[in-house]
Design a protein around this ligand. Structure first.
Ligand code: DQA
Length: 288
């Protein structure tokens, strides 16, 4: 199982009693417990650690660097001045995301500076526990991309490659209630494989529905509320939001289509890493 280090810096042990109007009422223990549930649903393990000491945080990173696949870190105030922690993150070469409970850009001037940001894939702040969940999603996106890429390098059959991709996505993103791949056949998109509830839309004319629109327009479409989008071809009343990402290489091969029962489930991260996966699939498909 993939393993993510979840590190909390100085003063975060006092969560719950420390400035609750800024950092919320959850204790560190409760925060970690909720994140463990989130991680388990994402089929990934998290290893939690907190220290008030810069050196202890660095030692922990060094010790776990070979066993872990990624890092999500709230460095606390060390964010703003610790070059030593920055160098440790750069040195262990784990895909990392910097997270904060509060919005560090809307507070004191000194908090706007992060010396950690440029050794991380992203910085997410102001979402409370959601900052951490999004951080986990960002590193998972990176790990899933790498997993798909290395599988495609083993030159699987077309069928196996497309199936693997859907399986990995569905496994690591519980908010993806339906995930599938459609392939272009003439003027239609034909479902190749999917995981989720059976769909009545096994063939969709290009240009119709959100699926057809993404291929016709040759671009990713995110629909935060499917019921407010007249293009949506309803397949389940439970579906609330959708993302469709074209697979385009030397020609348009098809698309990745994902539905969620959560409204506004998709954000920049889903678009970024799904587009990278679609690009890997297109390059692999070009090579046949
Ligand atoms: C913090 C923001 C930092 O500026 C502060 O020093 C913290 C917590 C946050 O999670 O909002 O200790 O990282």
């Amino acid at each position: 199982m993939k393993s993510i280090l979840l590190i909390h810096g100085p003063n975060l042990n006092l969560l719950g009693e420390r400035e609750p109007e800024v950092y919320g009422k959850r204790t560190l223990r409760e925060l970690n417990q909720e994140l463990e549930v989130f991680a388990a649903q994402s089929q990934v393990e998290i290893v939690c650690f907190q220290s008030n000491h810069e050196g202890a945080l660095i030692d922990f990173l060094h010790e776990h660097r070979k066993r872990a696949d990624a890092l999500v870190i709230n460095p606390g105030a060390l964010t703003h001045y610790s070059y030593a922690l920055r160098d440790a993150i750069a040195g262990v070469r784990l895909p990392a995301v910097e997270v904060h409970l509060s919005d560090i850009h809307a507070r004191e001037e000194f908090r706007r500076v992060s010396v950690i940001r440029d050794v991380c894939l992203d910085q997410i702040s102001g979402g409370g526990i959601e900052s951490y969940q999004r951080g986990i999603e960002v590193v998972l996106g990176r790990l899933v991309c790498a997993e798909v890429q290395s599988f495609l390098q083993s030159r699987p059959t077309l069928d196996a490659g497309y199936r693997f991709c859907v399986q990995v996505l569905k496994r690591h993103f519980p908010k993806y209630d339906w995930a599938g791949i459609y392939l272009v056949e003439g003027n239609e998109l034909v479902v190749h494989n999917y995981l989720g509830a059976p769909t009545p839309h096994t063939r969709i004319p290009i240009g119709q529905g959100i699926c057809g629109a993404a291929v016709a327009e040759e671009q990713t479409i995110i629909v935060p509320d499917v019921n407010a989008d007249p293009r949506y071809l309803s397949c389940s009343i439970a579906t609330k939001s959708e993302i469709v990402v074209p697979i385009q290489g030397r020609q348009m091969y098809g698309e990745i289509d994902i539905d969620s029962h959560t409204p506004e489930a998709f954000w920049e991260n889903d678009k970024n890493y799904l587009e990278q996966i679609a690009q890997s699939l297109a390059k692999w498909r070009d090579s046949f």
